[in-house]
Design a protein around this ligand. Structure first.
Ligand SMILES: [Zn+2]
Ligand SMILES: [Zn+2]
Length: 349
């Protein structure tokens, strides 16, 4: 099979490798579509260290090619999406079915070979059936909406409340969409015109370009005393500092951005303004992929709209380079594989 392999920092080679061999409780998936996410880029850039060579990638969809015996829920030929993290099944959180918080969670592509290959192994427990109406490409791009579900579960937006979402990359756009679906009024903040246009399509009531206006003054003007909820999706010092100027007293804050550099929290404003701070450490809570697929099927979310670049697997090196360097406006890059990028159904044999 063809596979995109990270062989060194910022280096991807296309290699011809043996197909992985089936293990008990696993399925061999013929990958149809895969998308690049921040984790893959950190791995590619050497910020996340994994043994090399390694096939990266964990956000994907495809068709069941082979199944370990003893599982009757799935069949060969089924269209599926794969939940990317594998809980240990042994810790206290797993015992409570709180798989998202598992103490020893493994991510496909980091702890073993990933999905940027024609075939990949995945635990059968991680497969979710894909309805015919959901394309492979949309299904390979669900993660940001599951992260947003984790956020909304914590900050609990109520009808008509103001939610300010700082950063409109894919993760921020997922938050904008989910906050809008929950009935809140959304203020989307970014520095990129194209990202703010997408935010409007995703339901933002107001978009603010922080290079063109005074975000604090605008939010005060719109909301009166400040946003009820602030969702920080950047992790930079400038946006972390903004939280305390935008949130109203008694407001709720979600930290989603992966903080880089000197972004630290000052505890005094949290105390003085009686803020509640929520950390959101990823995706994969119980039932979240299933819910996000149902929302995609009903047209309430459109994950494929985030994809700005589409390429075949053989162009993976170029795909990673564009996504990493952001040399052109890019939200999500999708790789299409052997089942065709958007084939709506695949007949069962
Ligand atoms: Zn991801
Ligand atoms: Zn566990």
């Amino acid at each position: 099979m063809n596979a995109a392999v990270i062989t060194d920092v910022e280096r991807i080679d296309i290699q011809s490798l043996e197909r992985p061999t089936l293990r008990p409780n696993y399925a061999l998936i013929r990958v149809a579509a895969a998308t690049l996410c921040g984790t893959d880029l950190h791995q590619y850039g050497g910020k996340i260290k994994t043994p090399l060579p390694r096939i990266p990638g964990h956000d994907f969809s495809g068709v069941v090619e082979e199944l370990a015996p003893g599982h009757h829920k799935f069949h060969e030929g089924d269209r599926v999406v794969v939940k990317p993290s594998f809980p240990c099944g042994k810790c206290e959180y797993c015992a409570r079915a709180d798989y998202g918080s598992c103490e020893d969670k493994k991510l496909i592509g980091l702890h073993g070979d990933g999905c940027m290959a024609e075939y990949v192994l995945a635990p059968i427990a991680n497969l979710v059936p894909l309805p015919d109406a959901v394309s492979f490409e949309a299904a390979a791009n669900l993660e940001m909406f599951t992260v947003a579900m984790n956020t909304m579960k914590r900050v609990q937006p109520r009808l008509g409340e103001w939610v300010a979402v700082l950063g409109q990359g894919p993760i921020g756009l997922g938050q904008t969409r989910m906050a809008s679906l929950s009935g809140a009024r959304v203020i989307a903040v970014d520095v990129r015109r194209e990202a703010l246009e997408m935010a409007r399509e995703f339901g933002a009531d107001v978009t603010l370009n922080s290079t063109e206006c005074d975000v604090v003054a605008e939010v005060k003007r719109l909301t009166g005393s400040g946003a009820d909820i602030v969702v920080e999706c950047v992790g930079a010092k400038a946006t972390v500092d903004l939280i305390f100027q935008l949130a109203r007293k008694e407001g709720r804050v979600a930290n989603v951005g992966f903080q880089v550099g000197a972004a630290t929290y000052d505890l005094i404003p949290i105390m003085l303004r009686s803020l509640t701070i929520h950390g959101v450490g990823g995706n994969g809570g119980r039932g979240q992929y299933e819910t996000v697929i149902a929302l995609t099927e009903s047209g309430k979310i459109r994950p494929e709209r985030l994809i700005t670049h589409r390429m075949p697997l053989t162009d993976a090196a170029k795909a990673f380079s564009i996504a990493h360097k952001k040399s052109e406006p890019v939200l999500k890059v999708a790789l299409s594989l052997n089942a065709g990028p958007n084939r709506p159904t695949l007949a069962r044999g």
